[in-house]
Design a protein around this ligand. Structure first.
Ligand SMILES: C[S@@+](CC[C@H](N)C(=O)[O-])C[C@H]1O[C@@H](n2cnc3c(N)ncnc32)[C@H](O)[C@@H]1O
Length: 199
Protein backbone atom coordinates (compact mmCIF):
# COMPACT_ATOMS: atom_id res chain seq x y z
CA UNK A 1 0.00 0.00 0.00
CA UNK A 2 1.25 3.48 -0.83
CA UNK A 3 1.99 5.78 2.11
CA UNK A 4 -0.27 8.82 2.39
CA UNK A 5 1.13 11.77 4.37
CA UNK A 6 -1.83 13.62 5.90
CA UNK A 7 0.04 16.93 5.95
CA UNK A 8 0.48 16.70 2.16
CA UNK A 9 -3.23 16.18 1.69
CA UNK A 10 -3.90 19.32 3.75
CA UNK A 11 -1.23 21.58 2.26
CA UNK A 12 -1.25 20.58 -1.42
CA UNK A 13 -4.23 22.84 -2.22
CA UNK A 14 -2.79 26.01 -0.68
CA UNK A 15 0.65 25.33 -2.19
CA UNK A 16 -0.87 24.74 -5.63
CA UNK A 17 -2.64 28.10 -5.40
CA UNK A 18 0.77 29.78 -4.94
CA UNK A 19 2.60 27.69 -7.57
CA UNK A 20 -0.07 28.43 -10.18
CA UNK A 21 1.08 32.06 -10.17
CA UNK A 22 4.76 31.55 -9.39
CA UNK A 23 5.35 28.88 -12.08
CA UNK A 24 3.08 30.47 -14.72
CA UNK A 25 5.99 31.21 -17.07
CA UNK A 26 8.01 28.04 -16.27
CA UNK A 27 8.06 24.94 -18.45
CA UNK A 28 10.22 22.56 -16.39
CA UNK A 29 10.41 22.02 -12.63
CA UNK A 30 12.83 19.95 -10.59
CA UNK A 31 11.45 18.88 -7.20
CA UNK A 32 13.95 18.03 -4.47
CA UNK A 33 12.96 15.52 -1.77
CA UNK A 34 9.60 14.49 -3.29
CA UNK A 35 8.81 12.15 -0.40
CA UNK A 36 5.60 10.18 -0.99
CA UNK A 37 5.05 11.89 -4.37
CA UNK A 38 1.63 13.28 -3.36
CA UNK A 39 2.74 16.84 -4.13
CA UNK A 40 4.31 15.87 -7.47
CA UNK A 41 1.16 14.01 -8.57
CA UNK A 42 -1.15 16.85 -7.53
CA UNK A 43 0.91 19.72 -8.92
CA UNK A 44 1.72 18.02 -12.25
CA UNK A 45 -1.96 17.13 -12.73
CA UNK A 46 -3.01 20.77 -12.31
CA UNK A 47 -0.02 22.55 -13.89
CA UNK A 48 -0.26 20.87 -17.27
CA UNK A 49 1.99 23.43 -19.00
CA UNK A 50 4.93 22.07 -16.95
CA UNK A 51 7.11 18.99 -17.05
CA UNK A 52 7.59 18.00 -13.40
CA UNK A 53 10.72 16.06 -12.43
CA UNK A 54 10.51 14.49 -8.96
CA UNK A 55 13.61 13.28 -7.09
CA UNK A 56 14.58 11.58 -3.86
CA UNK A 57 17.37 9.86 -1.97
CA UNK A 58 18.00 6.29 -3.15
CA UNK A 59 16.25 4.58 -0.26
CA UNK A 60 12.98 6.47 -0.88
CA UNK A 61 12.87 5.96 -4.64
CA UNK A 62 10.92 2.68 -4.94
CA UNK A 63 7.63 3.76 -3.30
CA UNK A 64 7.88 7.19 -4.94
CA UNK A 65 8.28 5.61 -8.38
CA UNK A 66 5.31 3.34 -7.68
CA UNK A 67 2.97 6.25 -6.82
CA UNK A 68 4.05 8.13 -9.91
CA UNK A 69 3.55 5.06 -12.09
CA UNK A 70 0.04 4.53 -10.67
CA UNK A 71 -1.18 8.12 -10.27
CA UNK A 72 1.04 10.33 -12.42
CA UNK A 73 -0.16 12.44 -15.34
CA UNK A 74 1.79 12.39 -18.65
CA UNK A 75 3.79 15.52 -17.70
CA UNK A 76 5.12 13.87 -14.52
CA UNK A 77 8.45 12.15 -15.12
CA UNK A 78 9.63 9.02 -13.27
CA UNK A 79 11.67 10.09 -10.22
CA UNK A 80 15.44 10.29 -10.30
CA UNK A 81 17.88 9.66 -7.47
CA UNK A 82 19.18 13.01 -6.24
CA UNK A 83 21.06 13.69 -3.02
CA UNK A 84 21.73 17.42 -2.79
CA UNK A 85 25.14 16.68 -1.28
CA UNK A 86 26.29 14.88 -4.42
CA UNK A 87 27.31 17.48 -6.99
CA UNK A 88 26.83 18.00 -9.84
CA UNK A 89 23.15 17.05 -9.75
CA UNK A 90 22.24 14.53 -12.47
CA UNK A 91 19.79 16.82 -14.29
CA UNK A 92 19.63 19.19 -17.22
CA UNK A 93 18.93 22.89 -16.70
CA UNK A 94 15.40 23.72 -15.50
CA UNK A 95 13.19 26.80 -15.30
CA UNK A 96 12.19 26.18 -11.69
CA UNK A 97 13.11 24.25 -8.54
CA UNK A 98 10.56 23.33 -5.87
CA UNK A 99 11.12 21.72 -2.47
CA UNK A 100 8.77 21.22 0.47
CA UNK A 101 9.72 20.43 4.06
CA UNK A 102 13.30 19.49 3.29
CA UNK A 103 15.58 22.28 4.56
CA UNK A 104 14.76 21.56 8.23
CA UNK A 105 15.41 17.85 7.69
CA UNK A 106 18.82 18.00 6.01
CA UNK A 107 21.97 19.14 7.85
CA UNK A 108 23.13 22.73 7.34
CA UNK A 109 26.00 21.76 5.02
CA UNK A 110 23.42 19.96 2.86
CA UNK A 111 21.30 23.15 2.85
CA UNK A 112 24.39 24.94 1.52
CA UNK A 113 24.72 22.20 -1.12
CA UNK A 114 21.04 22.68 -1.97
CA UNK A 115 21.63 26.31 -2.93
CA UNK A 116 24.88 25.40 -4.73
CA UNK A 117 22.96 22.83 -6.77
CA UNK A 118 20.13 25.27 -7.51
CA UNK A 119 22.66 27.79 -8.76
CA UNK A 120 24.08 25.18 -11.16
CA UNK A 121 20.78 23.87 -12.60
CA UNK A 122 18.51 26.93 -12.67
CA UNK A 123 18.13 28.81 -15.94
CA UNK A 124 17.81 32.59 -16.12
CA UNK A 125 15.07 33.61 -15.83
CA UNK A 126 14.37 30.99 -13.22
CA UNK A 127 12.50 30.57 -9.97
CA UNK A 128 13.15 28.75 -6.70
CA UNK A 129 10.21 27.97 -4.45
CA UNK A 130 10.68 26.49 -0.98
CA UNK A 131 7.84 25.52 1.37
CA UNK A 132 8.13 24.82 5.08
CA UNK A 133 8.46 26.36 8.55
CA UNK A 134 11.10 29.09 9.02
CA UNK A 135 12.32 31.44 11.76
CA UNK A 136 12.50 35.21 11.35
CA UNK A 137 14.90 37.35 13.39
CA UNK A 138 15.61 34.27 15.51
CA UNK A 139 11.92 33.91 16.43
CA UNK A 140 9.49 31.14 15.62
CA UNK A 141 6.24 32.03 13.89
CA UNK A 142 4.28 29.95 16.42
CA UNK A 143 4.64 27.99 19.65
CA UNK A 144 3.93 24.78 17.71
CA UNK A 145 6.90 25.50 15.40
CA UNK A 146 9.15 26.00 18.46
CA UNK A 147 7.95 22.65 19.77
CA UNK A 148 8.48 21.04 16.36
CA UNK A 149 12.05 22.42 16.25
CA UNK A 150 12.81 20.93 19.69
CA UNK A 151 11.50 17.59 18.44
CA UNK A 152 13.62 17.77 15.26
CA UNK A 153 16.83 18.68 17.12
CA UNK A 154 16.36 15.96 19.73
CA UNK A 155 15.89 13.40 16.97
CA UNK A 156 18.80 14.72 14.86
CA UNK A 157 20.95 17.59 16.21
CA UNK A 158 22.02 18.47 12.64
CA UNK A 159 18.42 19.17 11.62
CA UNK A 160 16.13 22.03 12.67
CA UNK A 161 13.98 24.90 11.48
CA UNK A 162 16.16 27.28 9.46
CA UNK A 163 16.56 31.03 9.85
CA UNK A 164 15.08 32.93 6.93
CA UNK A 165 18.01 35.38 7.00
CA UNK A 166 20.59 32.57 6.67
CA UNK A 167 18.69 31.13 3.70
CA UNK A 168 18.45 34.60 2.18
CA UNK A 169 22.25 34.88 2.38
CA UNK A 170 22.71 31.55 0.59
CA UNK A 171 20.16 32.58 -2.03
CA UNK A 172 21.96 35.87 -2.66
CA UNK A 173 25.28 34.05 -3.02
CA UNK A 174 23.58 31.76 -5.55
CA UNK A 175 22.59 34.75 -7.69
CA UNK A 176 18.93 34.74 -6.61
CA UNK A 177 16.78 37.75 -5.77
CA UNK A 178 13.98 37.65 -3.19
CA UNK A 179 10.58 37.67 -4.91
CA UNK A 180 7.88 36.71 -2.38
CA UNK A 181 7.16 35.21 1.02
CA UNK A 182 3.65 33.75 1.33
CA UNK A 183 2.21 32.96 4.75
CA UNK A 184 0.63 29.51 4.51
CA UNK A 185 -1.74 27.55 6.75
CA UNK A 186 -0.32 25.83 9.85
CA UNK A 187 2.41 28.47 10.33
CA UNK A 188 4.34 27.54 7.20
CA UNK A 189 5.69 29.80 4.49
CA UNK A 190 6.32 29.56 0.77
CA UNK A 191 9.52 31.43 -0.07
CA UNK A 192 10.20 32.49 -3.65
CA UNK A 193 13.46 33.67 -5.20
CA UNK A 194 14.10 34.50 -8.83
CA UNK A 195 17.20 34.34 -10.96
CA UNK A 196 17.10 37.37 -13.22
CA UNK A 197 18.21 37.41 -16.85
CA UNK A 198 21.77 38.81 -16.87
CA UNK A 199 21.92 42.37 -18.24
C1 LIG B 1 9.86 15.70 5.67
S1 LIG B 1 10.21 14.94 4.14
C2 LIG B 1 9.30 15.96 3.00
C3 LIG B 1 8.79 15.18 1.84
C4 LIG B 1 7.83 15.94 0.90
N1 LIG B 1 8.56 16.96 0.16
C5 LIG B 1 6.71 16.55 1.69
O1 LIG B 1 6.58 17.77 1.76
O2 LIG B 1 5.94 15.78 2.27
C6 LIG B 1 11.91 15.42 3.84
C7 LIG B 1 12.49 14.79 2.58
O3 LIG B 1 13.79 15.32 2.37
C8 LIG B 1 14.56 14.29 1.78
N2 LIG B 1 15.99 14.56 1.96
C9 LIG B 1 16.68 14.56 3.13
N3 LIG B 1 17.99 14.77 2.91
C10 LIG B 1 18.12 14.95 1.57
C11 LIG B 1 19.23 15.18 0.71
N4 LIG B 1 20.48 15.26 1.20
N5 LIG B 1 19.03 15.29 -0.61
C12 LIG B 1 17.76 15.19 -1.12
N6 LIG B 1 16.67 14.95 -0.36
C13 LIG B 1 16.85 14.82 0.97
C14 LIG B 1 14.11 13.04 2.54
O4 LIG B 1 14.41 11.86 1.84
C15 LIG B 1 12.62 13.27 2.70
O5 LIG B 1 11.84 12.67 1.70
Amino acid sequence: MLTLAEACERNKGPILAVLTGVFAASRSVLEIGSGTGQHAVHFARHLTHLVWQPSELGEQLVPLAERIRLEGSPNLRPPIELDVRRQPWPVEAVDAVFSANTLHIMAWDAVEDFFRGVRAVLRAPGVLCVYGPFRYGGAYTSASNAEFDRFLRQRDPASGIRDFEALARLARAAGLEPAADYAMPANNQTLVWRRPVPE
